[in-house]
Design a binder for this molecule. Structure first.
Ligand code: ZN
Length: 195
């Protein structure tokens, strides 16, 4: 799938499990979207097509703004009060992100192991945001499983898994992106309505 699709689907999945209040929903969209694109750090380079680079930056900046704003205004999204653990989580995340950037496409970052390690780091930064990041990340792995090129879901094992159901840039990709883009504002509005 294209990065824009991963961004939208990750945000939608996280929004779907968020409680009905505007702050939690906004945090879910930001962290779910970031989790949705994070695995494709393994194809980011200066030669990357705009789609990949722009979506990685959108996810990173969105998550960073959310964390910084939360620290500044303390609007209760549950940052870890233990600063040492926050720094450990941040350093671990950057370390994993850099490892991901150096590994082959759809290998380490597209595995259950990476999902677990990245989520542990986010959990150290903010326990309440980790679930949104994890669900976004999981959505990426599940969408890529539909493709005709396999992912190393059980890295470090070499075997690649896929369901051969669609092409990364085909009609299914466009449908999922459009459907998510339409559903996100509707679901957001519905959750605020019942809040
Ligand atoms: Zn991917």
């Amino acid at each position: 799938m294209m990065s824009k699709t991963h961004l939208c689907v990750g945000a939608l999945w996280a929004l779907a499990i968020a409680p009905n209040n505007p702050i939690a929903c906004t945090a879910a969209i930001a962290m779910g979207g970031f989790g949705g694109v994070a695995p494709d750090v393994d194809i980011v380079s200066l030669k990357s097509k705009n789609d990949v680079l722009v979506c990685q930056l959108t996810g990173l900046i969105g998550a960073a703004c959310l964390l910084y704003a939360s620290k500044l205004f303390d609007f209760g999204i549950g940052l870890n009060p233990n600063e040492e653990e926050v720094w450990m989580g941040g350093a671990g995340f950057v370390f994993l992100y850099l490892i991901g950037a150096w590994t082959n496409h759809r290998s380490f970052t597209h595995s259950i192991l990476a999902l677990f390690l990245f989520t542990v780091c986010v959990n150290l930064i903010s326990p309440s945001l980790a679930v949104y990041f994890a669900i976004g990340y999981l959505s990426h792995l599940m969408l890529d499983l539909l493709n005709r090129r396999g992912i190393q879901l059980f890295f470090p094992l070499d075997s690649r898994i896929c369901l051969h159901l669609c092409y990364a840039k085909g009609a299914a990709n466009r449908f999922l992106m459009s459907a998510s883009l339409i559903t996100i504002p509707i679901l957001f509005a519905a959750k605020i309505w019942v809040w």
